[in-house]
Write a protein that binds this ligand. Structure first.
Ligand SMILES: NC(=O)N[C@@H](CC(=O)O)C(=O)O
Ligand SMILES: [Zn+2]
Ligand SMILES: [Zn+2]
Length: 346
């Protein structure tokens, strides 16, 4: 039984770093583990242009101790009014790595998202040409679709068509939560990949709803049935280059989660690698962890792998019940548990 694991330094291909005091309170957790991260643009107001992404990038760098080796990879939030030329410029100038599609009202701060995906063709065509990656929150918002079916229906109604129409567009199906999502990514071309969060590898919907409602297990897309969780575990440990690490760490104030209408989002940044490592260990697949965490993402995004390494050691940290995030109390994923691996060095 291996007692330690050294892998190339990983990246987080989906994270919410927020802004202001919260940004200063959470960014260091991500920077401690990851060399780079795809930073989500769903601030309020959202980061919709190259200029605002450039400004946000500067605020992230300022929020970290001087000399921190961490590169934020920026994204622009697509709206009904996105200017395709601005996206292309953002890519050419090295500001934008991706653009993010939030169907309007699908998740936190998505009210300004895209109201009619069918009208996005001009933007997607420009992105395909510019080589700008499309990151997708893949859930429909139609009132007649059950919340547990929203990801699978998004594939049928939108994703399949988008991928067919823009065969050269790189698409990341973010936070895949279903067996249908896994099958779609597996069956698509090399230009389609998926990120998978630690919470969807650990939790099924029972974990959220049995024995009391657990707001800190609530995020979007919502955790599904056990068979879906098992499909996600198979995907991440398969060794396929099509699935890579994206935490979807999404901090909200404790009070906003423990509420009559609680916010969606799980704050997993503090122990993200430890959380994933526990899964790979349980699946007897620690030898595949580097592929998922450190190799597959750069290969898909066309970026070099990181030079440094990190080491995980068996015997885990006790996760605190709460943490302070720039003056706001937040509850981390795995609060109160002791994990089985810890990050030793980086
Ligand atoms: N995942 C979540 O439940 N919430 C995210 C938004 C998102 O990634 O959908 C957030 O910004 O809080
Ligand atoms: Zn999302
Ligand atoms: Zn997210």
């Amino acid at each position: 039984m291996a007692e330690s694991l050294t892998i190339r330094r990983p990246d987080d291909w989906h994270v919410h770093l927020r802004d202001g005091a919260m940004l200063a309170g959470v960014a260091h957790y991500t920077a401690r583990q990851f060399a780079r991260a795809i930073v989500m643009p769903n601030l309020s107001p959202p980061v919709t242009t190259t200029a605002s992404a450039r400004d946000y990038r500067a605020r992230i760098v300022d929020a970290l101790p001087a000399g921190t080796a961490f590169e934020p990879l920026m994204t622009a939030y697509l709206t009904d009014h996105t200017d395709p030329a601005d996206l292309a410029r953002g890519k050419a100038e090295g500001v934008l790595t991706a653009a993010k599609l939030y169907p309007a009202n699908a998740t936190t701060n998505s009210a300004a998202g895209v109201s009619d995906i069918a009208r996005l063709d001009r933007v997607l065509g420009a992105m395909e040409e510019a080589g700008l990656v499309l990151c997708v929150h893949g859930e429909v918002t139609d009132a007649d679709v059950d919340v547990f079916d929203r990801e699978a229906v998004f594939i049928e109604r939108h994703l399949a068509r988008m991928v067919e129409r823009f065969p050269g567009l790189k698409v990341v199906f973010e936070h895949v939560t279903t067996a249908e999502g896994v099958a779609f990514v597996e069956g698509a071309g090399a230009n389609v990949a998926g990120t998978i969060t630690p919470q969807h590898l650990h939790l099924n919907r029972n974990a959220m709803l049995v024995g009391g409602i657990r707001p800190h297990a609530y995020c979007l897309p919502v955790a599904k049935r056990e068979r879906h969780r098992l499909a996600l575990r198979r995907a991440v440990t398969s060794g396929s280059g099509k699935f890579f690490l994206g935490t979807d760490s999404a901090p909200h104030a404790r009070a906003d989660k423990e509420s009559a209408c609680g916010c969606a989002g799980i704050f997993n940044a503090p122990f993200a690698l430890e959380s994933y490592a526990a899964v790979f260990d349980q699946e007897n697949a620690l030898d595949r962890f580097e592929q998922f965490a450190s190799l597959a993402g750069p290969a898909f995004y066309g970026l070099p792998v990181n030079e440094g390494t990190i080491t995980l050691e068996r015997g885990g940290p006790a996760v605190p019940d709460t943490l302070d995030a720039g003056g706001t109390t937040v509850v981390p994923f795995h609060a109160g548990e002791t994990l089985t691996w810890r990050l030793a060095s980086g």
